[in-house]
Design a binder for this molecule. Structure first.
Ligand code: ZN
Length: 464
């Protein structure tokens, strides 16, 4: 029998211990500093690198650390052995480290087994990986599910390696242990959940994946300080095997997840890309599209594809959760992807801040979206009598007056505020203000969304 260890010792941070607020309006500087704290750590899908990273996140938010033992079956997969590495190098005949793990953890193929041997250049070469297209960068390679060992070096260095008697050493352990992940639940007024997921398994790579960790942590800090309708679930997991494990262990209440997104590649200079959930028209898909459209900034929307990050598991057909992906330049579309050039200079504080602000705006839409019923649906009510209309003359009405008309006209129980936002292209703040004022004046009544799907005319029900 396997025991899953949950560390519940840290229930909440005491206020005097509260660290820097990563969500503070500082142009993203604190998030960038947090990335530089995590940057040196050698992470993989299991091992102390993930533990150290979870511990760093716990300085900001009260994550629970979960340890799942090697060998546990999770759907079609098995929790792998735990990998830990202390040192690795290639020394030339003169005893000099020509490749040194201490200088960059990208030098070792992730999950390499231990090795200690002397060999010629010809024997070494099948274990060396480089990228001829980017000859001065170190590529990032892993071999999680096939026993192997190897080193990654720049192509320039590979070409310059002379014939020699090399000493090769990888001081790594692959043994039964645990897969580690972090989990945080922020209770809201409803038990319905919003899932925010990011992967924590890449070593010294900033955009993929430290930017996602930083923005998710900042978002959790932002939400912790506020009242919210939904319960939020933040998971910090190793890619693929982590989400499979999390879904296997949480299968019984996955149904509570009503919205969600994976956060990754959140800090490069490119504009935001949102990849839709498998459902394609989930409220989260529409909310992100609306917020990006409203932002006035360039953006891209992608349809779902079963290739990418952990959305592949959340959106597998058995779960089909409404979970999309938020990124800036998509993985594989920036040259620095999975290389030593995805470094602290490649992620920009202002881009991290922009991703965070858009995530907060989208959550605001989801939090305050709802259905209303016009209480005076036969012709327009005389708004001036309710103090809601200013003299317009011949000019087109200003946005707020337009928002009042849109909300009144569309609030038949079938259109949510988000539907009205999509149709009117008016800002969320304006629509919310209009709905609140109309409700205050007795012209609008909030109704449950189920009225819209029950098939009867809710307008008539409201008049009865
Ligand atoms: Zn990656």
């Amino acid at each position: 029998m396997h025991d899953i260890v949950r560390d519940t010792s840290l229930v909440s941070l005491k206020e005097p211990d509260m660290p820097v607020d990563l969500s503070a309006d500082d142009g993203g500087q604190a998030m960038h500093r947090f990335i530089s704290e995590m940057y040196p750590i050698c992470r993989s899908i299991t091992g102390d690198g993930v533990r150290k990273t979870i511990d760093l996140i716990r300085k900001y938010i009260p994550l629970t650390t979960c340890e799942v033992p090697s060998g546990l079956q999770v759907f079609d997969w098995t929790i792998p052995l735990e990998w830990n590495i202390r040192d690795a190098f290639i020394k030339n005949g003169a005893g000099e480290r020509v490749v040194d793990f201490r200088k960059s953890n990208l030098h070792v193929v992730g999950y390499s087994g231990p090795v200690k041997a002397r060999m010629s250049l010809a024997e070494l070469k099948p274990h060396l990986f480089s990228d001829p297209d980017r000859p001065d960068w170190i590529p990032y390679r892993t071999s999680y599910y096939k026993a192997a060992w190897g080193f990654c070096i720049s192509h320039d260095q590979l070409l310059a390696l002379p014939e020699d008697n090399y000493e090769v050493c990888i001081e790594a352990l692959l043994e039964p242990g645990h897969l580690t992940y972090g989990d945080l639940r922020l209770l809201g007024r409803s038990t319905d959940e919003i899932l925010v997921s990011c992967h924590v398994c890449h070593p010294s790579l900033c955009n993929d994946n430290l930017s996602g960790i930083a923005v998710a942590t900042a978002l959790a800090q932002h939400l912790r300080n506020r009242d919210h309708r939904y319960t939020y679930r933040f998971v910090f997991i190793p890619g693929t095997i982590g989400s499979i494990t999390w879904l296997a262990l949480n299968q019984s209440h996955v149904g509570r997840i009503k919205h969600g997104f994976v956060l990754t590649c959140a800090g490069d200079a490119g504009s935001v890309t949102y990849k839709k959930s498998r459902r394609g028209n989930a409220e989260i898909d529409r909310a992100w599209s609306y917020v990006l459209d409203q932002s006035g900034h360039p953006f891209a929307i992608q349809d779902f594809s079963p290739f990418g990050y952990d959305e592949r598991q959340y959106c597998s057909p058995g779960f089909n959760l409404p979970v999309g992906v938020v990124m800036r330049t998509p993985h594989g579309k920036f040259a620095e992807y999975h290389s030593s050039a995805d470094n602290l200079d490649f992620v920009r504080p202002d881009a991290l801040r922009d991703t965070l602000e858009k995530a907060i705006a989208t959550i605001e839409v989801i939090e305050s979206n709802g259905y209303h019923l016009n209480q005076k649906p036969f012709c327009e009510p005389k708004l001036g009598d309710y103090g809601l209309y200013s003299a317009m003359g011949g000019l087109s009405p200003p946005d707020y007056q337009l928002a009042l008309l849109w909300v009144l006209n569309m609030s038949d129980g079938h259109n949510s505020l988000l539907d009205i936002g999509e149709k009117s292209k008016l800002s969320w703040a304006m629509l919310k203000q209009a709905a609140a004022a109309l409700t205050e004046a007795g012209l609008l009544r909030p109704v449950e969304p189920k009225l819209a799907s029950e098939g009867h005319d809710p307008r008539l029900a409201g008049l009865a």
